[in-house]
Design a protein around this ligand. Structure first.
Ligand code: PLP
Length: 402
């Protein structure tokens, strides 16, 4: 049978990633709509009491309640799962809901987690504050050092947690090697893959067990909706994730899932265009600023490792201005096109000062240990013409005295 919509995995798993992003997971209703339907419904009705019982038992296919599954959300989950090469996806209300669910669902008091220290601010809070509060021990290490991962392992270590490239410093962690160390010690590797996007890096293929996204970023990609997703195999889902997900209520709204589905149709095109822009901006900035970071720059310290696990260097450019906070603020305030904001992966370019915003909740010495200095700036490259971005940045560098 033909499946033009994309609901039959026997067919869709053979499609190229680009085709999957446009079509995988789509289901058509009786009205044969072209664009995915938005099922804004909290619940579902049953023909008979027996049917209700069978759906609750899991004997009959079908939906029961949108805290558990919903057709629009299911389409998005299937499209993401196909793209990532995962058996299962569970979409969540935010990226942080995805990170929290992936960790809390499989951990209990007495367990131990090893995390790379360079994590998104709220992920670091989970490690430093939340998990210990429930009797889960955590150790944060320099994720670039394989010896640090090895020596942090304890008999009760259950999970390794990391982000690569890391926000905001672009530190790279060797996914394949860290997955091997995790598995040698019966631990699971959970990866926050937001910066790389599923277009550029697929951690499951490199040995990770669970991949999480904030879909707020490139996957929506147009700055509209919050969302997240956890991707894993059936066993992790059945043993840990789904019971936690359905009973704690971290589900994504169908409206947001619909926006994400539309975002995915252009995800590949947008990420590649943003990478083009990032390469141009990074090369131009490198002529004027000493410390400019983008994984494809020849001066990027972990270039070989980054390019061995990512298809391209990504959409973020990071730099450190020698004049500290004062110069960073002067630069930001002089930008005329690029917005000062804290989101990323948006179609509009955004400049962020992590020291005073996204990472301010971390103690000063922790920020410095992570390389988040008062002069550090993170620029998320959008879809504007790169020449306009270069002009805007050059002008702001002039005004900031660089
Ligand atoms: C934004 C982000 C998150 C959190 O996602 P929200 O959708 O804002 O909850 C987690 N990790 C990384 C790397 C992020 O950039």
């Amino acid at each position: 049978m033909k499946d033009r919509t994309g609901k039959d995995r026997n067919i869709t798993s053979n499609w190229a990633k680009q085709t999957q992003m446009v079509r995988a997971g789509s289901m058509r209703s009786n009205f044969d709509e072209m664009s995915e339907a938005l099922f804004l419904t909290s619940g579902f009705a049953y023909e008979t009491a027996e049917e209700a019982e069978a759906r609750f038992d899991g004997r009959a296919e079908g939906f029961t309640y949108s805290r558990q599954t919903n057709p629009t959300v299911a389409m998005f989950e299937e499209r993401m799962a196909l793209l990532e090469g995962a058996e299962v996806g569970r979409a969540t209300a935010t990226g942080m809901a995805a990170m929290t669910a992936s960790l809390l669902s499989c951990l209990r008091a007495g367990d131990h987690v090893v995390g790379a220290r360079a994590l998104f601010g709220s992920c670091r809070w989970l490690m430093d504050e939340l998990l210990p509060r429930y009797g889960i021990e955590t150790t944060v290490i320099d994720g670039r050092s394989l010896d640090a991962w090895r020596s942090a392992v304890r008999p009760n270590t259950k999970v390794f947690f990391l982000e690569t490239p890391a926000n905001p410093t672009l530190e790279i962690v060797d996914l394949r090697a860290v997955a091997d160390i995790a598995h040698e010690n019966d631990a699971k590797l959970v990866v926050d893959n937001v910066f790389a996007t599923p277009v550029l890096q697929r951690p499951l293929e490199l040995g990770a067990d669970v991949v999480c996204y904030s879909t707020t970023k490139h996957i929506d990609g147009q700055g509209r909706c919050l969302g997240g997703i956890v991707l894993c195999d059936k066993k992790f889902d059945e043993d840990y994730l789904y019971p936690f997900y359905r009973h704690t209520g971290c589900a994504m709204s169908p409206f947001n899932a619909w926006v994400m589905l539309k975002g995915m149709e252009t995800l590949g095109l947008r990420v590649h265009a943003m990478c083009d822009g990032a390469e141009i901006v990074a090369a131009a900035m490198a002529k004027r600023v000493k410390d400019v970071r983008h994984p494809e720059l020849a001066t990027f310290k972990q270039r070989d490792l980054a390019m061995s696990q990512m298809d391209r260097g990504g959409t973020m450019v990071v730099c450190e201005l020698s004049g500290g906070r004062e110069q960073a603020f002067a630069f930001l305030n002089a930008l005329e096109l690029i917005d000062i904001s804290n989101n990323l992966g948006d179609s509009r370019s955004i400049a962020t000062h992590p020291w005073s915003t996204t990472h301010k909740a971390l103690a000063e010495e922790k920020r410095l240990e992570l390389g988040i200095t008062p002069g550090l700036l993170r620029i998320s490259i959008g879809l504007e013409d790169p020449a306009d971005l270069v002009d805007d940045i050059s002008n702001a560098l002039d005004i900031a005295g660089l």
